[in-house]
Design a protein around this ligand. Sequence first.
Ligand code: NAP
Length: 267
Amino acid sequence: MKTPKGAALITGASSGIGATYADRLARRGHDLILVARDKARLETLAAKLRADTGVAVDVLAADLTDRADRLAVEQRLATDERIEILINNAGVAAPGTVAEGDLDRLEAMIALNVTAVSRLAAVAARAFSARATGAIVNIASVLALAPEISGAGYTGTKGYVLNFTQKLALEVGAAGVQVQAVLPGATYTEIWERAGQDVTQFPASMVMGVDEMVDAALAGFDRGELITIPSLPDPADWEAFNAARLALGPNLSRDHAAARYKVLTPA
Ligand code: NAP
């Protein structure tokens, strides 16, 4: 698989993980297309990266939960042949429990974390496969693996991103497209404040700096990893988890119910 050298389109590039990817990819020499809602913030970052690195940086202001805005981004991905990397990063966490949280925020989270991620990945998969090069990086979360400590909607969206990415890799890998899911643990970014949570209440040993998180994710990318969990010390733990899942395979779909579900038919 060729390492993509072309431009990178980064969603959620105005802050946090996305802005850090923008910095790192610019320093690696990639031209950038930065996507988020806050145009002024994107312009400020773009000007800095142009000055610091000399790469070309375009700004595409878009609300990815808005159909027309999202279609404009899809159009750019589909038609700009310079783009070889999609960092599918924009995401939010909706506060509250399913029963008591704001339904509109739940819906908007799904629109961003699931619908936009899926559609952009699909457009990139098509464009990159046709050119037999490119990379799709989907930012999931360790909460995909830990529903007990997450909001139900958020873990649901991130579990979706994990499954989606695992299958996407099987679909486009043979066409020469690299696929990675990044599962960050708690990371110091604005996402917490936006969701009304105070990340400083967590033990400091549980929260990573955003620079270290993105550098680790890129190290995983350079190794061609499908799943990167920046904080996990021993990759064998993930492999054991995945092997346990795969071991269920032969028994997940059979022609008869398991013995414990057999009910006695009344005479
Ligand atoms: P962040 O600093 O809040 O960044 C979120 C980015 O998404 C911002 O650039 C924001 O920019 C953009 N965004 C939000 N709503 C948008 C919309 N409707 N349309 C377009 N862009 C939108 O948070 P972050 O931590 O870097 O989050 C990045 C990704 O990492 C998310 O997918 C998140 O779920 C994931 N993640 C974060 C953590 C963590 O602890 N920080 C852990 C695991 C996974 P605008 O407001 O300008 O639109």
